[in-house]
Design a binder for this molecule. Structure first.
Ligand code: 5RP
Length: 217
């Protein structure tokens, strides 16, 4: 089965967790795009959605879903999003699409976070995928030096400004055997907005599309 087909399979499986009338947190990326397509086809009426990116907002608007301000919704009952890597403890690296900060905010405000991935994203130890770090532009070089001190090799993501007006450093080589500690250490660096390590608040459930079906982990 192609990776695109696996994304459609897991997107459709996620629909079973969506209730009519809920305010749904919606992530960013190609797997989430497949989920939004499935949601539109299923015609589950939502009260609204909280979006993690301008790209997702545009798709939700095109579907006729009301995009709500998180400041007005209170906590969300459910957030659905993809990931770049996920380990056996439901900890993730996210932000390949550059939406990590809003994704982290929605994950924090959600009572349940369901991560939807195909099996290529599952790893024993996080870290093959570079860790995205969103930074305030004036702090770029300072943060890069601090990330080198943590053992990483940061590279500026070329030509990208996030929806929040910031830059992204993609960091290879970090030790992620204890991802909570590394996430915490990166959070302490002045000028860091957020990192793509989702370990302190991981997913509550991971739906994984495999060749033999969708598994709930
Ligand atoms: C965006 C993300 C995405 O969830 C992640 O990059 C996975 O994307 P895709 O579903 O396209 O493989 O974190 O910031």
């Amino acid at each position: 089965m192609s990776q695109a087909r696996l994304k459609i399979e897991v997107a459709q499986a996620a629909l079973a967790h969506v209730d009519a009338g809920m305010v749904l947190g919606v992530g960013t990326g190609s797997t989430v795009n497949a989920f939004m397509d499935a949601l539109a086809t299923a015609k589950i009426p939502l009260k609204g959605a909280v979006s993690s990116s301008d790209e997702t907002t545009a798709r939700l608007n095109a579907m006729g879903v009301d995009v709500l301000d998180l400041n007005h919704t209170g906590d969300l009952s459910l957030y659905i999003d993809g990931a770049d890597e996920v380990d056996g403890h439901r900890r993730m690296i996210k932000g390949g699409g550059g939406a990590l900060t809003r994704e982290k905010i929605i994950a924090a405000a959600a009572r349940e976070f369901i991560c939807i991935v195909d099996e290529t994203k599952c790893v024993n130890v996080l870290g093959e995928f570079p860790v995205p770090v969103e930074v305030i532009p004036m702090a770029r070089a300072y943060v890069a030096r601090q990330l080198v001190a943590l053992g990483g090799q940061p590279a500026l993501r070329d030509g990208i400004t996030t929806d929040n007006g910031h830059l992204i450093l993609d960091v290879r080589g970090l030790d992620l055997v204890d991802p909570v500690s590394t996430e915490t250490a990166i959070n302490q660096i002045a000028g860091v907005v957020s990192s793509g390590i989702f370990a302190r608040r991981g997913a509550d459930r991971v739906l994984v599309a495999t060749e033999t079906g969708v598994e709930s982990r």
